[in-house]
Design a protein around this ligand. Sequence first.
Ligand code: RIB
Length: 310
Amino acid sequence: MRPKVLVVGSSNTDMVVQMPRLPAPGETVLGGEFVVAAGGKGANQAVAAARLGAEVTFVARIGTDMLGDQSLQNFAADGLVTEYIVRDSSKPSGVALSMVGGDGENMIAVASGANGQLGPADVGQAKKAITEASVMLLQLEIPMPAVLYAVEAASEVELTVILNPAPAQVLDEHLLERITVLTPNATETEILTGILPTDEEGAARAAERLLEKGVTTVVITLGEKGAFYAGENGAGLVPGRAVEAIDTTAAGDAFNGALAVALASGRDLEESVDFANSAAAISVTRVGAQPSLPRLEELGAGSWELGAGN
Ligand code: RIB
């Protein structure tokens, strides 16, 4: 039986220009390649989890336009359960304008469109899937009422909730207390704690602050350095893989999707973080969000027996 992961989140089409370096404000930089790629933090994480072997239900809103049609086709090709995806005729599908510099770093502007209409009722219609899932995976590219409703619904059935707090914003303690695993990157950690973690010691201090706010487990992603985890069963840095990054877009999404699959399979936290590090490392060696997300075979994970978890 495959582990069941429920993702509530955004879907975008990414319009990407690859360039030798990112422009400064007001500057024009020539020489870019243009790529259109499926994206959106929610969709990326859902696709990442599906490619790594989970049965994934995705709750989202997309427009009734051509971009929405294309997204649905992509989801079907990746085997997502799409019955809770709402087609919204009042807004266009989400679009992200992305610039990727020569060092793989990016700048992204998002026009949320239909993603901004996702509400509690959309999550509520997926109650059956919430009851059946082993892990719920959330990000912050959808309205906060939908996130809060999803977290409440999950806590009613004691479902493990992973919240990837991206894009960064301040979160109140009522929400944090209901999160099983919070997965900020360094920037998001600084916004949540006032500490910018650049090494293991800084990550440990920041994680401690988040645990004090009521989160059960914290996993702080530190790029190529790996990820620092802390919770009731201990803490530690799980080193990342050394790879040459050409596009870091969706590295965090690859990480979160993989983490959800591993935890839903009943793996312990350290092993799950290591698995997630591997998925993120592969994703940065390829261009685009969903095109960069790896499949289970690529992780050298032949020995991984995916279980249905809890
Ligand atoms: O996390 C990467 C994603 O952020 C991109 O795919 C883009 O759509 C933005 O949502």
